[in-house]
Unconditional design. Structure first.
Length: 75
């Protein structure tokens, strides 16, 4: 049973790593810098793990503000 759990965990980690790699490649393709990519991936993880549940809308506004301030999204 322990081997099954280790195999399942390894498969999940591999899938997560592949997803991150795809996300990074896509962001590089859109012209984001390394620093911006790190910030976006950190924000994504923070949002997905709950972050601040006080005001969910604030999270979306922060992300949109980040994109606008960095010239990646026009208003």
């Amino acid at each position: 049973m322990n081997i099954h759990m280790n195999t399942k965990k390894h498969s999940e980690m591999a899938a997560h790593t592949e997803t991150i790699t795809i996300d990074i490649e896509r962001l590089v393709g859109y012209g984001f810098t390394s620093e911006e990519i790190v910030s976006l991936l950190w924000l994504q993880k923070w949002y997905q793990t709950g972050g601040s549940d006080r005001i969910e809308v604030v999270r979306h506004w922060e992300f949109l503000q980040f994109l606008v301030l960095n010239g990646k999204l026009d208003v």
